[in-house]
Design a binder for this molecule. Structure first.
Ligand code: NAD
Length: 505
């Protein structure tokens, strides 16, 4: 059997999917080659025109039927996510099943509004009296390439606006967590989606690359390294792409903050899903006078977390590490920090069990020479650094190649809002974390190496469309002043008009 690390060099082979919390092999999936992907894209392409010809309400009706199916089958969906991902049942319920059900309703309701034709009034005197309408037209076949950490949220969640815009979609889920996606895609067919409108490919990086070679637009979520390759290939093909990439989110805790809440949120969003969240809290900067108390609170809370094999609701707080190579990254960040003078206050080792676990870990005496403060860890690691004041905190928070999320804790809201504007990030949460992701009306996007494009809101669906501007001249003379033949008298008159209009300071 092909090992999962060999799959990129092969095609037409099978890939084992394992449960990261137990080490048990769950099943094998096909590692599709370029011809397989070509077939899927061809199916999607032939289904798309009919799908695009349906009106929004017809597509919305199908998406709502899909949502009913999804809720009816939630138990099995959660079982699949927990098994292939090693995450807790609560993680699967809240961040995947709840989000997707909510998202299905959101896009079914709002797609028509975001994509309604627009007729803006033009400012240009040369276009006065003409009617201009901007239409949004689907691009064709959208390829959605997804990571393993939130297998449904980051695949079906992106497919929904693409579908509602009238595209067909080929999803390439992660080879490490493909099962829930395949099941939910089947559900779409069961409720009456036309064949080919949404299909799932299976395979590794090479399968994804084949999709990039054939689709009309790529929506990618994953590492910055892969995102760069995909954006570059899309550039060669001159097709649009939206890439949602890594992060190293800072949290700033000022001395006047509600330290109990700040500590709860630091622990929650560094340890939930074992820290395998693009917008996890990956580093904390605490103002000097609050530092001891904050660290004390965090350490007690982290030490009390229960880690282990995810069972029913409430059995464990922290699950497994999904991606095998991530264990080495986490360990190397801990080792590097210790070598450079950091101290571990809790955790620090691989966890016990048949599967892959890493203990929830708190590091102090850290600085920016250490990988744990500058590179994405993507694990249950919380480094806490003392800073002298808010300015120093902002300085270090911005000292990163990433710019996804960020948070600030203080009771002085005016000050927080001022500081927020100084952070280089796509999202800032004041006395909170992550929650704007659930407000699907507003953009979620990364700056710097955290991504290009973004999801949610108007731009989260318009990115799946071409714009088509139609100008209509209804009542006009046969000959207008700007038409041939050129005349020196008219051109000089235009020049005087130009100076009159734009020449004043
Ligand atoms: P990854 O880049 O290794 O893989 C992501 C997907 O890309 C997988 O389906 C993989 O098979 C595919 N792929 C790999 N090489 C490819 C290639 N050359 N061409 C096309 N497809 C290819 O990422 P991962 O390890 O699955 O996910 C973890 C990363 O995702 C982290 O860096 C995390 O921060 C990021 N992430 C970002 C967001 C966000 O919204 N910004 C959300 C979740 C995760």
């Amino acid at each position: 059997m092909t090992s999962i690390s060999e799959i990129d060099s092969q095609s037409g082979t099978m890939i084992q999917v394992e449960n990261p919390a137990t080490g048990e092999v769950l099943c094998s999936i096909r590692n599709m080659n370029a011809e397989d992907v070509q077939d899927l894209v061809a199916r999607a392409r032939s289904a798309q025109p009919q799908w695009a010809a349906m009106d929004f309400s017809q597509r919305a009706r199908l998406v709502r039927a899909w949502r009913s199916w999804f809720i009816q089958h939630r138990e099995h969906i959660i079982d699949l996510i927990v098994a292939e991902n090693g995450k807790t049942r609560e993680d699967a319920l809240l961040a995947e099943v709840f989000y997707i059900a909510d998202s299905m309703g959101f896009w079914a309701k709002n797609a028509a509004k975001y994509l309604a034709p627009e007729s803006p009034r033009t400012h240009s005197p040369l276009v006065l009296g003409k009617k201009i309408t901007v239409h949004y037209r689907p691009l064709g076949v959208v390829g959605v390439i997804a990571p393993w950490n939130y297998p449904l949220t980051l695949s079906i969640g992106d497919a929904l606006p693409a579908l509602m815009a009238g595209n067909s979609v080929v999803i390439k889920p992660s080879e490490y967590a493909p099962l829930a996606v395949q099941y939910v895609v089947q559900g779409a067919l069961e409720v009456g989606f036309p064949q080919g409108v949404i299909v799932a490919a299976s395979g590794g990086g090479a399968t994804g690359a084949s999709l990039v070679d054939r689709a009309d637009m790529i929506q990618f979520t994953g590492s910055t390294r892969t995102g760069r390759q995909i954006a570059s290939r899309c550039g060669e093909r001159l097709i649009p792409c939206s890439v949602e990439l890594g992060g190293k989110d800072p949290m700033i805790v000022l001395a006047d903050a509600n330290l109990e809440r700040a500590a709860n949120i630091a622990v929650e969003w560094s340890m939930r899903n074992s820290g395998q969240i693009c917008m996890a809290v990956e580093r904390v900067y605490v103002e000097e006078s609050a530092y001891e108390l904050f660290v004390d609170k965090v350490v007690k809370k982290v030490a009390a977390l229960l880690q282990g094999l995810p069972g029913g609701y409430g059995t464990v707080d922290v699950g497994a590490i999904t991606y095998p190579a991530q264990m080495d990254v986490i360990q190397s960040h801990v080792d590097d920090a210790l070598e450079k003078g950091a101290r571990i206050l809790v955790g620090g080792n691989p966890g016990r069990g048949p599967g892959r676990f890493f203990e929830p870990t708190v590091l102090v005496d850290v600085d920016h020479t250490m990988k744990c403060m500058t590179e994405e860890t993507f694990g249950p690691l919380l480094p806490i650094m003392k800073v002298s004041d808010a300015d120093e905190a902002i300085h270090f928070a911005n000292e990163s190649t990433y710019g996804l999320g960020s948070s600030i804790f203080t009771r002085d809201i005016g000050k927080a809002e001022g500081l927020a504007r100084r952070l280089v990030a796509g999202n800032t949460w004041i006395n909170d974390a992550i929650m704007s992701y659930l407000a699907q009306e507003v953009p979620f996007a990364g700056s710097r190496e955290s991504g290009l494009g973004g999801r949610h809101g108007a731009q989260g669906i318009r990115k799946y469309c071409d714009t088509h501007t139609i100008l209509t001249t209804r009542f006009a003379p046969s000959h207008e002043l700007t038409m041939f033949p050129n005349s020196a008298r008219r051109s000089r008159a235009f020049e005087r008009l130009l100076v009159l209009m734009f020449g004043r300071k």
